[in-house]
Design a protein around this ligand. Structure first.
Ligand SMILES: [Zn+2]
Length: 162
């Protein structure tokens, strides 16, 4: 124990649960954003005019020995700003909740590099499976490689007199 009192909500912040289903060793939660508006990623203007909805499949941290899958009801909004070139946009949940183009919540995604770095690709994938964390060997390797890339420091300009 690290001595910290730590409470983690059932679903990431900003989401509310609409439905729950138990399927074998998994819990499937249908969730949606709490807010009834979203900001256009191009112009930043908020909109409440919903165009349509679709489902994003996202994995979350396991709960009570079961994998947790989120069916995230994602809305497409009409941008109402007259100067904006974007007519329709999908709501975003924030990089600390559900990052764009990643099928894991941020709190689950934060574990992946630790597993990969501690155990390596295939052993980490086996351990992740036992932990009910749905992550493949390829994903572990990709995340570790991305983290291992050397940072490119900006070149200092060195004068001829230095
Ligand atoms: Zn816009």
């Amino acid at each position: 124990m690290c001595g910290l009192q730590y409470k983690m909500p059932l679903v990431p912040n900003g989401l509310v649960v609409e439905d729950e289903t138990y399927i074998d060793d998994a819990i499937q939660l249908t969730v949606r954003a709490m807010a009834d508006f979203a900001a256009c990623p191009s112009c930043g203007v908020s909109s409440r005019r919903v165009h349509s909805r679709y489902i994003r499949n996202v994995s979350d941290l396991p709960s009570s020995g079961r994998a947790v899958r989120l069916l995230v009801v994602t809305r497409r909004f009409r941008c109402q700003a007259t100067h904006c070139p974007r007519r329709i946009f999908s709501e975003r949940f924030g990089d600390t909740v559900i990052p764009v183009r990643i099928q894991r919540t941020a709190r689950l995604d934060g574990l992946v590099p630790h597993l990969g770095l501690a155990l390596g690709g295939r052993p980490a994938a086996c351990f992740a499976k036992r932990l009910m964390v749905p992550v493949s060997n390829d994903t572990l390797l990709r995340v570790v490689r991305r983290r291992a890339l050397p940072r490119v420091e900006p070149l200092n300009i060195v004068g001829i007199d230095d």
